[in-house]
Write a protein that binds this ligand. Structure first.
Ligand code: PLP
Length: 507
């Protein structure tokens, strides 16, 4: 019997909505009514079973699974950061990925304008990573990292250490592995507090974040984060506070390069020192370029000033580089790009090209060494995760580093940045655009909000672009773009023209 692709979304148990490959925007009733035994449009393209990452997209692996299981229900999967009911009414389902493109379950190609979720920096379906992971899993799938070790974790940490940001005198080359960006953030905050205590500054337990910051979803991360929807329902860590954000469209809109105005906002740290007392503050954490809130660039001189104030008061500076790490700005890290060296750097995402979940905190030696005290049989930091240094994640990370290096991807963003900037700024003048910001291979395009419907305009543009074969990301009424670092100029042109048409259409 041929593969079933145009299945009823209501075919499942108890009338629950069921996943259907034809279940894309516009699929609607027409497709539901179609012959359930209709031949697969994708099967006819001749993709063979088991091609997986090797073949050109799309693989039919997932489709065959769907068919064999007569399409899974949509009910059970509680999706993260998703309007579940809205999504499940009209799902957008991706089935395979190769290079710059996803392929959805109906076989439509979708240009990836967001590197997945800011993570697939080397593009999709990298065989080298898949092979390394497969090799590692069949050699040793898992090994504990508590009072035990395995060579590949040390190997990966060493390689990361060699490439760590910070320059020869202040390399942040002590690496603590985590499983995600959120875990990296909570780890860095805990290391900062533990360090202060280790150097006799035990009253320093307060951590300072910034309004509009995003540092993941752990209690530490949301407490220093500054996005109201992530905070309003939950209790916060005691003793956190926030710098003001740096977004100032009145003075800085449509600027190319770093905003000229706003360095003085770093003085907020002085204000918080005056308010709380320096002796209560362990660390301040910022994203060097705020990503998730809608791509906010640091004003010229801001990060330098923050570093100086933190130094003056014995406060550690943490850069959250979960997005900016691994080439996004056209340099390996934002530390390299801005020439400002913090004490700790949090990473994840591009660390493994998104292929296996993993994060890493890069620590300065003085922090690490301060904690390596006391009896040698004593655990120095009571912190860690079952999956810290997971062998398969390390294998993915090592292969990812090789790709980055061989293909020059950690600096490719710098070569493309002028082209990217001009292309994105060519959208200036389209309806409702109130600001455009770019840096490296990132862009934020801010739209005015509709009266009483914040976010609606950008969401419609997002769904419209998806229908037209382009994946963008929206946050409120800001469109964020961050294509894989393998992007070619022609693909940048496509991103801009599809997006531009969509912005015109949805006014
Ligand atoms: C700056 C920053 N920090 C932390 C995180 C959290 O990472 P994760 O989703 O892997 O927990 C993100 C995710 O987008 C991020 O952008």
């Amino acid at each position: 019997m041929p593969l079933t692709l145009t299945l009823s979304p209501h075919a499942g148990r108890g009338g629950h909505k069921r996943l259907s490959p034809s279940f894309l925007p516009d699929a609607g009733e027409k497709k539901e009514a179609a012959n359930a035994d209709a031949p697969s449009p994708r099967k006819s393209r001749g993709e063979g079973k088991g091609e997986g990452l090797r073949g050109n997209a799309p693989t039919i692996y997932q489709l065959e699974n769907l068919t064999m299981r007569n399409t899974p229900s949509l009910e059970n999967y509680w999706m993260p950061f998703t309007a579940n009911r809205q999504f499940k009414a009209v799902p957008r389902l991706l089935a395979s990925a190769e290079g710059m493109y996803y392929t959805d379950v109906d076989g439509n190609k979708i240009l990836d304008g967001t590197s997945g979720l800011w993570c697939v920096n080397a593009g999709h379906g990298r065989k080298r990573i898949a092979d390394a992971v497969a090799r590692q899993l069949t050699t040793m799938d898992y090994a504990p990292s508590f009072q035990m070790g395995h060579p590949i974790a040390f190997d990966f940490a060493e390689k990361l250490g060699e490439r760590a940001p910070g320059g020869p005198d202040a390399k942040l080359d002590r690496i603590f592995f985590t499983g995600s960006g959120s875990e990296s953030v909570d780890t860095a905050l805990k290391i900062a507090i533990a360090y202060q205590r280790a150097i006799g500054q035990g009253t320093r337990t307060r951590v300072i974040g910034r309004e509009r910051g995003y540092h993941g979803v752990g209690f530490g991360g949301i407490s220093v984060g500054g996005l109201v929807n992530n905070r309003r329902v939950f209790p916060m860590l005691p003793g956190t506070d926030h710098l003001r954000h740096t977004h100032n469209p009145e003075r800085n809109s449509f600027v190319k390069g770093l905003p000229a105005h706003g360095a003085e906002l770093a003085d907020d740290l002085e204000r918080l020192v005056a308010l709380h007392g320096a002796e209560t503050i362990a660390a301040v954490i910022v994203e060097p370029v705020a990503g998730s809130t809608g791509v906010l660039l640091p004003p010229q001189g801001y990060l330098e000033r923050l570093r100086a104030i933190a130094d003056r008061h014995g406060i550690l500076l943490i850069f959250d580089e979960v997005i900016t790490g691994f080439g996004r700005l056209g340099a390996p890290f934002a530390v390299d790009y801005f020439g400002v060296v913090p004490d700790l750097v949090t990473t994840a995402k591009g660390l493994t090209n998104g292929a296996i979940p993993m994060g890493a905190v890069f620590s300065s030696r003085h922090i690490h060494d301060a904690l390596m005290h006391g009896p040698e049989n004593q655990i120095e930091l009571f912190h860690g995760y079952t999956y810290s240094g997971h062998p398969a994640a390390c294998a993915a990370g090592l292969a990812t580093l090789e790709i980055y290096e061989e293909e020059g991807l950690l600096s490719r963003g710098a070569e493309l940045a002028p082209y990217w900037q001009d292309a994105i700024h060519s959208l200036n003048g389209l309806p409702n655009i109130i600001d455009i910001r770019t840096i490296g291979l990132v862009a934020g395009i801010e739209l005015s909000s509709r009266k009483d419907a914040p976010g609606a305009r950008a969401y419609e543009i997002f769904t419209d672009c998806f229908k037209k074969g382009l994946l963008i990301r929206v946050t409120g009424d800001i469109i964020a773009l961050s294509p894989p670092l393998i992007v070619e100029r022609g693909e940048i042109d496509t991103i801009v023209s599809v997006l531009g048409e969509s912005i015109r259409r949805i006014s």
